[in-house]
Design a protein around this ligand. Structure first.
Ligand SMILES: *Cc1c(COP(=O)(O)O)cnc(C)c1O
Length: 404
C-alpha cells in the first residue's frame, strides 16, 4: 500500500484566499443585488502594456515559421532576457550580478516554494510574522517546521520575527540563530519596507552566522523613496549570503502571463559547494524553461517604450494606494504601507479581530479585503487592502467605507 507525504496533513485549515472566496460567494448568493468590490487578492487589473503585447505578437508569429520556430528553451533562460535583466536590474544600479547568475522561471511563487529543496531538511527557517504564506507552507510540506500549535498558530521549528506597529513593521534580528531567513521588501502583506542601511544589518548578520537570506523583491517597482534598496545586492557582502527572487507579475502585469527569475551568485557556498550548481541541477532536472513567447515579452519590459508604459501602470496603482490611504485616514483609521508598495495595512477599529472586520466590511460596504491574521498571528488586528483594483472601484470602495 502506498503512503502519502504526511507533512501535507499537517497544513492547517484551507488556504486563506479560498476561505475568502467562499465567504464572498455566500454573501453574493444571499445579496444578489449588491455589487461587491474586491480589494483583497493581490492580482492586477490593468491590461498588458502595448510594448509587451507587440513583443508577444511578434514572438507568436515567429513560432509559426520554421526558420524562427523555438522549441525547448534553455533551462536557465534565453541569453537575450538574462542579459537585459543583468544590465537593467543590476549593472545599472551598480550591482555585480552576471547574466549566468540569473535563472529565468515562470514566476516567483514557484521559485519561492521550490528553493527550499536545495537545503537540508534540518535547517531552521526564520520568517516575518505576518508573512507571505508560501514560504512557511512549502517548508511544512518538506517536513522542516516541526509541529503546529493551533492555539498560537505557530510551528515549533520556525523562528517567527514579529512585524508590528511597535517595530514599524521591520523585523528585528532573531534571538535564536536561523539557517534560512526569508525576507520580502517592500512587504506583502504590510506594505512596509526597510532602508538600505537596515538591510545591510541583515546581510552582515547572515554572513556572520552562516545563514542564507532568501530575498523576495516582487514589489521592487513600487519603491518611491530614495533610501530603500531595489535589490539586496546593493548591500555589501550579499553575494556570499543572498538569493533574490523577482517576478514580472506586479511590475508588468504578468500574473496570467507568468515570468520571474531567481538570482544565485556563484560566491554563495556551503563549504565548497555552490548553491548556484544545485539550483542549476534542480532547474535542469525538473523544469524545461519558461516559454519563448513570455521571455520575449519579458525582454520588452526593459525596452524604452516598455519602461515608460510600465512606469505609468505602477503610478496608476500607486495613485489608488494614495486614495485608499488618505480615505482611510480621513475616516479615522490607523494605516501604514502604500508608499513603496501597493498594499495598505490598517489597524482594525476597536477590538475587532481581522475576520470580524472582514465580515463587517463585506456586510456594510460590500468591500472585500484580506484579514491580517491570515498571514500569521502577528497579523491579528490588522487588515490588508490592495491598490490593484481599478481607479473607479477604488474610489467607490473608499466612499462606501467612509459612509460606514
Ligand atoms: C505576487 C507575489 C509574488 C509573485 O508571484 P508570481 O508567481 O511571480 O506571480 C512573489 N512574492 C510575493 C510576496 C508576492 O506577493
Amino acid at each position: 500500500m502506498f503512503k502519502i507525504n504526511e507533512n501535507y496533513l499537517k497544513l492547517p485549515g484551507s488556504y486563506l484566499f479560498s476561505t475568502i472566496a467562499k465567504k464572498v460567494n455566500e454573501f453574493q448568493a444571499a445579496n444578489p443585488d449588491k455589487s461587491v468590490i474586491r480589494l483583497g487578492i493581490g492580482d492586477v487589473t490593468q491590461p498588458l502594456a502595448p510594448a509587451i503585447i507587440d513583443a508577444l505578437h511578434g514572438a507568436v508569429d515567429e513560432m509559426g515559421k520554421a526558420e524562427t520556430f523555438h522549441g525547448y528553451a534553455p533551462d536557465l533562460g534565453y541569453e537575450f532576457l538574462r542579459t537585459a535583466i543583468a544590465k537593467n536590474d543590476y549593472a545599472d544600479r551598480g550591482c555585480d550580478i552576471a547574466a549566468d547568475e540569473i535563472f529565468v522561471s515562470d514566476g516567483a511563487k514557484c521559485d519561492s516554494g521550490n528553493i527550499q529543496e536545495i537545503f537540508s531538511v534540518d535547517n531552521k527557517i526564520a520568517v516575518c510574522d505576518p508573512v507571505y504564506p508560501v514560504y512557511v507552507d512549502t517548508n511544512v510540506m518538506a517536513g522542516r517546521t516541526g509541529t503546529y500549535d493551533p492555539k498560537t498558530e505557530m510551528w515549533s521549528d520556525v523562528i517567527y520575527m514579529p512585524c508590528t506597529a511597535e517595530n514599524n513593521f521591520a523585523p528585528e534580528l532573531p534571538k535564536e540563530t536561523p539557517d534560512m531567513i526569508y525576507l520580502c521588501f517592500p512587504n506583502n502583506p504590510t506594505g512596509a519596507t526597510i532602508t538600505k542601511d537596515q538591510l545591510q544589518v541583515w546581510v552582515d548578520y547572515a554572513n556572520k552566522v552562516g545563514a542564507v537570506i532568501i530575498y523576495d523583491a516582487a514589489y521592487e517597482a513600487y519603491i518611491s523613496e530614495p533610501d530603500v534598496p531595489h535589490t539586496i545586492f546593493e548591500c555589501e557582502g550579499a553575494r556570499t549570503c543572498a538569493i533574490e527572487l523577482k517576478s514580472f507579475s506586479k511590475n508588468a502585469g504578468f500574473t496570467g502571463t507568468r515570468l520571474g527569475y531567481t538570482v544565485i551568485p556563484k560566491d554563495l557556498k556551503c563549504g565548497d559547494v555552490m548553491l548556484h550548481s544545485l539550483w542549476a541541477r534542480r532547474h535542469g532536472t525538473k523544469y524545461n524553461g519558461a516559454p519563448y513567447i513570455q521571455q520575449r515579452a519579458g525582454e520588452a519590459v526593459y525596452s524604452p517604450e516598455g519602461k515608460e508604459q510600465l512606469a505609468k501602470q505602477v503610478a496608476y496603482y500607486m495613485n489608488n494606494a494614495k486614495v485608499i490611504k488618505e480615505g482611510l485616514q480621513e475616516a479615522g483609521y490607523t494605516v501604514s504601507g502604500g508608499v513603496n508598495a501597493p498594499y495598505i495595512w490598517l489597524k482594525t477599529p476597536g477590538s475587532m479581530t481581522s475576520w470580524e472586520f472582514f465580515d463587517y466590511l463585506l456586510a456594510n460596504a460590500n468591500v472585500v479585503g484580506t484579514p491580517g491574521s491570515g498571514f500569521g498571528p502577528s497579523g491579528e488586528g490588522y487588515f490588508r487592502l490592495t491598490a490593484f483594483g481599478t481607479y473607479e472601484n477604488t474610489v467607490a470602495a473608499l466612499e462606501r467605507i467612509r459612509k460606514m
